[in-house]
Ligand binder design. Sequence first.
Ligand code: GLN
Ligand code: ZN
Length: 758
Amino acid sequence: MAKSSVLGYPRIGAEREWKKALEAFWAGKLEETEFQSQLKAIRLNHLRKQLLKGIDIIPVNDFSYYDHVLDTAAMFGIVPNRFPYEGGAVPLSVYYGMARGTKEATASEMTKWFNTNYHYIVPELDGAKPTLTENKPLAAYREAKSELGIEGKPVILGPLTFLKLSKGYKASETDAWVDRLLPLYVQILRELADEGVQWVQIDEPILVTSINEDDLRRLNTIYGTIAAAVPQLNVMLQTYFESAESYRDLIALPVQGIGLDFVHGLSGNLEAIKQFGFPSGKVLGAGVIDGRGIWKASLREKLSLLETLTEYVGADRIVVQSSCSLLHVPVSTQYETKLAPELKNALAFADEKLDELVLLAKAFTSGESAISEELTNSENAVQALKQSDERNRTAVKNAVAAISAQQPLRSRPFSERQIAQQEKWQLPLFPTTTIGSFPQSAEVRKARQLWRKGEWNQEKYEGFIREQIDLWIKLQEEIGLDVLVHGEFERTDMVEFFGEKLAGFAFTQNGWVQSYGSRCVKPPIIYGDVAFENAMTVEETKYAQSKTKHPVKGMLTGPITIMNWSFVRDDIPREQIAYQLAYALRQEVEALESAGIGMIQVDEPAVREGLPLKAQDQAEYLAWAVKAFRMTTCTVEETTQIHTHMCYCEFHDMIDSIEEMDADVISIETSRSHGELIHSFELNTYKLGIGLGVYDIHSPRVPEVEEMTGMIDRALQVLDPKLFWINPDCGLKTRGTEETVASLRNMVEATRIARSKH
Ligand code: GLN
Ligand code: ZN
């Protein structure tokens, strides 16, 4: 009998009750005991659901009070010494202090979990003396067993991945850290084995990125030690998000099971199994149901994939799994009442994926006929969406095919455009500008709410937006900025705003996923061919331009960012989705230009996020990402100035690609990357216009003039003064009005000083 399993279940709860409990606790509105009991109820509810659905091997310890990487650090007592911690179980106040900061101590860094939009808290190892403060997997196992009779599968973040994701140690200290952590892992696992645990899932997603000889040696040490110390325990060594590297070495490790991703790493993993086989004594965790995508699977295709696998692994040794934790998808489609039926029927969120896994395991054991009705249903749902008008916009498909076959080139190279643009715009040395948004005050948010609820009509709302634009055009002129913006008051979110206006997008009512901590996002769904319908930004931009003699920059979100921050269809390559978006946005660029807007910024902050995990796949992605940006922007006049913006600092390794985007001006974050970025520009001799963020907008602090002149002087040692712009790091929508005005005044003053020196 084939068994079904998942690698983890969403924490946030069907109605985000987890988020609400956390935030109530932080706000002091919930006593700790009440908070604990609410979280326990949520946790048990999730386990009960999996039990009732019929999942055979249910994960425990995948639940968290914030983040599973932070949990692992806390379990080992790894707490930075700026927090008041004296050993033993880490109190909630310290745990949340590390996650969110306190009055006295800054939070630990947070960063993206592989190539997902989930963010984890980076453990800080410097100065830490790890000990086992509590056996959290054991507690989770006991709770599931005593409360629900579930024989749970504890999930543990593996030592190698934990170390690789941590900071505060030198590469040369890695082995010493393995030596420190390994006994603690052994202790946890021994206690689990003594309790009668059958299987543990040890997550080592780092094994899908490139791993070197040293890491392979460490893996052998780690899993060899565990096998020798706790021989009675079955370890499922779990990889996900891509195909496993060094497959042959992995399958030779002394573990009882290997978990592979047959969705996102399908071709690599399948090829490896075909070429090298699979050891006869081991269990294969076959991740066939997409844990990150939101689409219903074709059960027939999945069954045939499982059949293929039986050529190499006995059917009794295959566990039918999700490709990764279901953390990355919303909880259930059951709350969606407004989606078109052909779309809703084709969706599978976490709960629907549980059903798929159970069905597959059943059919895999007893043959297709055991689920023939469900097979037909899933086939029909997938087909209905495939044949929908939304997915068959022939005009879009043809236009995109034609355009993407051409080289997306501006009419003239930058060196010539630069002269033509300077002649037209007559900008001073070091032009000043901002990134787009101005403070979204309580008043702005309130107005939008009233309008959404229907209490304000369209006219009233638009009037309000125009007043905000008036106000900020005046302020920008008074402050003395050179290139102005309209302020983005009509936008909540830089992706949602465009998604609501383009065809091919859908918005769920309850499709929330955890982004970090209690913060959840509800990504749009790109489910059809994307099409431009009406101008999206022209009215506000034109209005702003009519109020000033200074140039006003139009403001768009780029194709790659829209794609990377949405759930996307999986029936066509991402590259094609990007080109469809590019074609739609190009029409907006052209509409702005025709309306007299001569500077247009196309934001691409999320380009880096889409970078494939495997080094060998990255160049291809960057090539089509750059092409999509150029498709969006290449048809304008030479005197029309194309700007772009990127943030989140880690661009050091892709400056060549940034240059290939051929934007006349890029504004880029630098203030948080401690000058490293400036250094990489030095090595690369960037040749286009560039604005380095001269102050960090993430803090309410008003930067001093001298700090900014310092930044400017430093940058000018590296960059051509004729190409240099001065701007803040990012959009100002989260800031207060007063501090924004004060900061920008100082920035303009710093610019005046810099100009006087040149
Ligand atoms: N134009 C956007 C803004 O100013 C850019 C936001 C971003 O980079 N994330 O808000
Ligand atoms: Zn930004």
